[in-house]
Design a protein around this ligand. Structure first.
Ligand code: C5P
Length: 397
């Protein structure tokens, strides 16, 4: 079934009488789980009000390339980066011509040019216009540029004509957007992912932990589910809501995470160690709250087991992917980790940068194997997760 869970969709609405159906398209996209932002062209605004689209999308409608309040309204580059897909429905003959010729004289065409996500268009116009040589030539150009065309329906038109040019049904349009995210790259594969921060108790009140939010692991889980895999998540402390399609196991300490992974690793095809596991745990957990005193407090810590390394040593080892959060000698340290832990790939990120990594919604990583080093440019963790899974399935399956 098509799903748009966690997907950001831009709906472009251009000048066609079928624009009155745009709020219904917004709803159908939301039904599939999408967050929707609308870009309304000048032509579109002749047929549907900004307010109807704002109310249904629950977001400000974007209609101006030259908006000075970019902080409030998202500039066109931010909008382009935000989108996982751009759907233009209805797409007028004029918008089709603009897109085919690479024009950027309004917000919608500029966002399309600035984006690297899938573009879908649902043409809607008079049957004679749709059949015209120019529109058909422009559609051919757009198909060559990888734009997906949601074919119009045939039937009675608003102008009284009968023929091909009626906007496809909103529910079918939404489903076609959902379908582009359904892949079978990992279908039949079982994936176990660790994520979040472990918590090592000191006494009943205090603990040792770290800044991991679980966002990257959660994005990887979504991407694996999207690619058809059966996912098990073993998570520590997190600040994200996990995809309920996964089997979810909650743990606290590094020791519990180790045990849970070992109990569930048999039969897994892929193991992704995304958790920030504490390297040390307290030797003894105090039964009672440690009383404050002016004396120096010394905690005795013992080394925790390396879960990733332990999985890599199993005789029936799954494909193992680790993470390296580094602050210096990045590539060298990550390559050593790849070798010492015996994993198949390491995803390296620079945690010295305050705009990336821990807690942040964005990241930039290097996918390192013995043979390759692939840079994945700065993007949302959701998109990065998808890209990592795409590379992983290309490299190993
Ligand atoms: O050695 P370091 O902790 O930097 O390695 C990071 C990688 O190893 C991550 O993939 C992390 O999830 C994994 N790891 C683990 N068990 C530990 C420590 C790290 O699985 N005890």
């Amino acid at each position: 079934m098509a799903s748009l869970t966690n997907k950001n969709i831009i709906l472009g609405v251009s000048g066609s009488i079928a624009a009155y159906k745009a709020p219904d398209i917004v709803r159908r996209l939301q039904d599939l789980g999408a967050e929707v932002r609308v870009i309304l062209t000048q032509g579109g605004s002749q047929f549907i009000t900004e307010l109807s689209l704002q109310v249904t999308s629950r977001n400000k409608v974007h209609d101006n390339l030259w908006d000075k309040e970019v902080e409030l309204s998202m500039g066109h580059i931010e909008l382009a980066k935000w989108a996982d897909a751009i759907l233009i429905a209805p797409t007028s003959a004029n918008t089709i011509a603009n897109l085919a010729s690479g024009k950027a004289d309004d917000l919608l065409s500029s966002v399309v040019l600035a984006s690297d996500c899938p573009i879908l268009i649902a043409p809607a116009m008079n049957q004679q216009m749709y059949a015209s040589a120019s529109v058909q030539a422009n559609l051919k150009t757009l198909t060559k540029h990888q734009t997906l065309i949601i074919a119009p329906e045939s039937g009675k038109q608003a102008c009284g004509d009968i023929g091909e040019g009626r906007l496809a049904q909103p529910i079918d349009i939404a489903k076609q957007v959902g379908n582009i995210f359904q892949t079978t790259k990992l279908s039949g594969k079982k994936v176990l992912i660790t994520l979040g921060a472990t918590i090592e108790a000191i006494d009943p009140v205090r603990y040792l932990s770290n800044h991991s939010s679980g966002k990257m692991g959660s994005a990887l889980s979504d991407a694996c589910i999207e690619a058809g895999a059966q996912v098990t998540l073993v998570h520590g402390n997190i600040s994200v809501i996990l995809n309920q399609k996964a089997q979810i196991i909650s743990v606290m300490s590094a020791r519990e995470m180790y045990q849970s992974v070992m109990d569930n690793i048999a039969g897994q095809d892929i193991f992704i160690a995304c958790a920030a596991v504490s390297d040390y745990s307290t030797k003894n957990i105090e039964k009672n709250k440690i009383k404050k005193s002016e004396k120096t407090l010394i905690l005795e810590l013992t080394f925790t087991k390396d879960i990733l390394q332990a999985v890599c040593k199993l005789t029936q080892k799954p494909l193992c992917i680790g993470f390296a959060a580094e602050t210096q000698n990045l590539v060298e340290n990550a390559q050593n980790k790849l070798k010492n832990k015996g994993c198949d790939a390491i995803i390296l990120n620079d945690v010295s940068r305050c705009d990336l990594g821990f807690k942040s919604d964005e990241n930039e990583v290097l996918f390192l194997t013995q043979e390759n080093s692939i840079k994945i440019e700065k993007n949302s963790k959701q998109k990065l997760g998808r890209k990592i899974i795409e590379i992983l399935s290309e490299q190993f399956f």
